[in-house]
Design a protein around this ligand. Structure first.
Ligand code: MG
Length: 391
């Protein structure tokens, strides 16, 4: 179990839950960062007494500096602030709960300082998974997934083959990953019925209460596509070793099929607090404050194949996973921009796929050897989307 945490993205959904879990476990909070929500960040700073806080937006950082002038909390800003929070000598675990590709650099810096990474930012592995996992291996840093599906897979593999099992190498007892998917709020609908979906409708997820970007990704099934690539990187498996399985009740958070045919599943209430806590206490388990599963009131658990025709983002992601190179990175960046434009009502729901697929087609490349190549591909994809939409 870790003793202190830095929470990058502490005002978001995962960040707030991480702060609550850290408090429950009695961990010291070393640093907190936010994009621009200074009011909540100030409240958190007063409650958790970190030594350092950072706000990504410069002007917001100045406001926070004034607000916290009566405390001894240092205030930073921008990418420099994020990097400092990720590498503080007094922290031994960095929870990467920022949304989007901005999480990449701080994650790499924390890895180089041998911090445990409680990884809640899937974009990092989708963009630069090979580089990140290679670096973690070379530096001896632990990468523990917070994403509920990947936490489930990690828990199913824990203690197998190697004890305790760590991410980054293929578990010798693993045959196949069964990645579960709720199907999102529009499961069963035709694509032609979805063109006038509004942001408010798309962010209303039936099972999980999450931030806006990930909720839209769940509605398009792009979230499962990103998780598909994330799983390949974390568990060092091929695309053919992962099967996506729609399980609308979200009780099973994912499963593994072992080499002898046995299937192990991880079950729990759909509460992100659980995987967050496990990432902090691993390889131990500690009592938690979460609800318990009640099997007698659970009813049926059902499973079906994903609908790749009406939700083509998942197919696109699987194709990009197979192609490798910068395809995943370009897809992720284009999707992120398209989702932001959709949330601002500048793009229709179905156009998220159209624009992302077009960007991948135009810009995807086979070579992704260095971080610079990846970062260039990321910004080229964002630029392409904005040019295309004229936004
Ligand atoms: Mg997930």
């Amino acid at each position: 179990m870790v003793e202190s945490v830095s929470i990058l993205g502490s005002t978001g959904s995962i960040g707030r839950q991480t702060a609550a879990v850290a408090e429950h476990l009695g961990l010291r909070v070393a640093a907190l960062t936010a994009n621009r929500q200074t009011e909540l960040l100030e409240q958190q700073a007063r409650r958790f007494h970190p030594e350092f806080v950072a706000v990504y937006e410069e002007s917001a950082a100045n406001a926070l500096k004034i607000a916290l002038a009566d405390t001894d909390v240092r205030v930073g800003s921008g990418m420099t602030g994020l990097l400092e929070a990720a590498t503080l000598s007094s922290t031994d675990c960095v929870v990467t709960a920022v949304s989007g590709a901005v999480g990449l650099k701080p994650t790499l810096s924390a890895i180089r300082e041998q911090k445990r990474i409680a990884l809640a930012n899937k974009e990092t592995l989708v963009c630069a998974g090979e580089i990140v996992m290679r670096e973690a291996e070379a530096c001896g840093a632990e990468i523990i997934p917070v994403d509920s599906e990947h936490s489930a897979i990690f828990q199913c593999l824990s203690g197998r083959g190697e004890d305790p099992y760590r991410t980054g190498s293929r578990n010798p007892e693993l045959k196949k990953i069964l990645l579960t998917c709720s199907g999102g709020p529009f499961r069963g609908r035709q694509r032609s019925e979805l063109h006038d979906i509004t942001p408010a409708q798309a962010v209303r997820h039936p099972r999980w209460n999450m931030g806006a970007k990930i909720s839209v990704d769940s509605a398009t099934l792009m979230n499962k596509g990103l998780e598909f690539i994330e799983a390949m990187r974390l568990f060092a498996v091929d695309p053919d070793d992962i099967t996506v399985l729609v399980h609308p009740q979200s009780v099973i958070h994912s499963m593994v099929e072992l080499v002898d045919g046995t299937v192990i599943a991880q079950l729990g209430v759909p509460d992100m607090g659980l995987p967050i806590q496990y990432a902090l206490t691993w390889p131990q388990r500690m009592p938690s404050m979460f609800d318990r599963l009640d099997f007698t009131s659970l009813g049926a658990m059902t499973f079906e194949a994903p609908d790749l025709v009406n939700f083509p983002c998942l197919q696109l992601a699987q194709d990009c996973a197979r192609k490798g190179g910068t395809f995943g990175c370009v897809m992720n960046a284009a999707n992120e921009e398209a989702v932001h434009l959709f949330l601002k009502e500048k793009l229709g729901f179905n156009q998220i796929y159209d624009v992302t697929a077009e960007t991948v087609e135009a810009l995807g490349a086979d070579n992704a050897d260095t971080l610079d190549v990846i970062l260039d591909a990321d910004s080229a994809a964002r630029h392409f989307v904005h040019e295309k939409i004229g936004a």
